[in-house]
Design a protein. Structure first.
Length: 111
C-alpha cells in the first residue's frame, strides 16, 4: 500500500467514525427533544448523515454508483424540511390577528 493510499484509508476511516459519533448524538437529540422543531431538525440532519455515509462508502470503494441515490436523498431531505417548516409555521400562526387599539390606526386603501 502506497503512502497516498494509506492517507486515504486513514481519512476515510476517521470520516466514518465521526459520522457514527454524529449519528449517536443525533439519536440522543431525537429521543430527548424537547420540542417538535428540535426533532424535525434532527431528522433533517439524519438525512445529511446518511448522505455523508453513502459518500464515504462510495469514496472507500471508488465506485460512483451511490451518487444518484445521494441526490435523491438530498432532494427528499430538502422537501421534507420545507414541509415541516410550513407545518410549524401554520401551527404557530395566531388564530385572530390583533385588532388596532384605535379605529384611526388602521391603514386604509387610498383608492
Amino acid at each position: 500500500m502506497t503512502a497516498p493510499e494509506q492517507v486515504d484509508h486513514v481519512l476515510l476511516t476517521t470520516a466514518v467514525v465521526l459520522i457514527l459519533i454524529a449519528g449517536a448524538l443525533l439519536l440522543a437529540r431525537i429521543w430527548r427533544g424537547p420540542s417538535m422543531l428540535d426533532r424535525a431538525i434532527s431528522l433533517d440532519v439524519c438525512a445529511a448523515l446518511i448522505i455523508a455515509g453513502l459518500a464515504a462508502k462510495s469514496a472507500f470503494a471508488r465506485d460512483p454508483f451511490y451518487f444518484p441515490i445521494m441526490l435523491v436523498l438530498a432532494f427528499l431531505g430538502f422537501t421534507g424540511s420545507v414541509g415541516i417548516a410550513r407545518f410549524i409555521a401554520v401551527r404557530d400562526r395566531p388564530r385572530n390577528p390583533p385588532s388596532p387599539a384605535h379605529p384611526g390606526d388602521a391603514q386604509e386603501d387610498p383608492r
